[in-house]
Design a protein around this ligand. Structure first.
Ligand code: BGC
Length: 359
């Protein structure tokens, strides 16, 4: 039926969809083209990064479909090329771009009203590919110009690292803001726990700041120690003793590691937690001594999630200055869309797995 085929060709696209709350419902679907209400800029997908949040959604433990829908288009670590954009919106066909994940809540709360949706106060924010908004895991997607970031064309497919980099750019900004509470704060040593993409990118931003960066991860071999050392960080396959870091960025979310980092910093130290734990397990420990040390040493422990436009821009600048060979080493597997299910199987040595929409 030729009419039917051309209808499909011009009016449908492939998208990875899930039914949030239902385990293993991920499938490659044929869906209608992105609606104009998603934004004025039409983007052709090049790549999609996969992260732990996607796996949680696939397991049925996280994620929300758009209102009135049963399924959600997955994907929040985007990369694409602009196909069409309204004149004067700041984007033109051919631009290399990535979309911002979060949208402000509709109220809006004071943080969202100020453009700091990453600090949303009422929890009514939405997130593409995660919470009540279709994501970027489709052959084409649309984005509002204000929620699209232009990337240095030289980054090419490495631009898919923008979203995880934005998350650590925010963490570093917040650490520096907290650090400025003390007139003479001069951090020297930073510890990052977990050498996944977020940990390695956090270490990368720490080294860009001229700090002595230590990275702890239980993997003694494979690409992680190599990437950490080639970056200039000191790699530890066992929890480092006697380090007394000024800054800790925790990127594992693992109970034992989180507990360890709460007590590891020295005076005036700042511990930033970025890993989302699953919860449900309990550990016996001495809250009183931890509290005493935190109070007597002016320590700060805080959590950081998501990123706003300022952080995406900082991340785009940091990536443009990075050694591209090193960045390329973070992407350990590129899986063509036709073999999408392989991208979601965890394999030894994986750091960042990327779905390739061009292959
Ligand atoms: C994303 C964030 C998001 C968070 C919570 C993370 O994987 O990188 O942008 O805010 O999940 O949904």
């Amino acid at each position: 039926m030729p009419g039917r085929r051309s209808f499909e060709k011009y009016h449908c696209m492939l998208a990875l969809t899930v039914q949030p709350g239902l385990a293993n419902s991920l499938q490659l679907d044929t869906v209608p083209p992105p609606p104009a209400s998603d934004g004025a800029v039409l983007v052709r997908a090049l790549a999609l990064g996969i992260c732990g949040t996607d796996r949680e959604i696939i397991n049925g433990d996280y994620g929300w479909a758009p209102p009135g829908a049963q399924r959600l288009i997955l994907g929040h670590e985007s990369l694409g090329r602009v196909e069409s954009a309204p004149a004067g919106c700041g984007f033109t066909a051919g631009d290399l771009v990535a979309g911002i994940v979060r949208r402000p809540d509709p109220v809006p709360c004071p943080a969202c009203a100020a453009g700091e949706w990453d600090m949303c106060r009422n929890g009514q924010y939405t997130e593409r590919g995660i919470k009540q908004r279709n994501g970027y895991g489709s052959e084409q997607f649309r984005v509002e110009p204000d929620f699209l970031i232009k990337l240095d064309p030289a980054l090419d497919t490495l631009g898919v690292l923008l979203e995880p980099t934005s998350v650590v750019a925010k963490a570093w900004e917040q650490i520096e803001r907290i650090g400025s509470r003390a007139a003479a704060w001069q951090p020297r040593v930073a510890l990052v726990t977990g050498a996944g993409p977020v940990g390695l990118l956090a270490a990368f931003l720490g080294l860009q700041r001229g700090l002595d960066v230590h990275l702890y991860d239980h993997n003694a071999d494979g690409p992680k120690p190599i990437l950490a050392r080639s970056l200039g960080a000191t790699y530890h396959a066992k929890p480092p003793k006697d380090l007394s870091p000024d800054i800790v960025i925790e990127c594992t979310g693992a109970d034992a590691v989180v507990l360890d980092v709460l007590g590891i910093g020295g005076s005036d130290s700042i511990v930033c937690l970025t890993g989302v734990s699953s919860g449900g397990r309990s550990i016996n420990f001495d809250v009183g001594s931890l509290n005493r040390d935190i109070v007597l040493e002016n320590r700060v422990v805080f959590g950081s999630v998501n990123a706003n436009r300022r952080h995406y821009r900082a991340a785009a600048e940091a990536l443009a200055k990075a050694d591209q060979t090193w960045l390329g080493g973070l992407i350990t597997r590129r899986v063509p869309l036709s073999r999408w299910h392989e991208a979601f199987d965890k394999k030894d040595g994986d750091i960042k797995v990327v779905l390739d929409f061009n292959a």
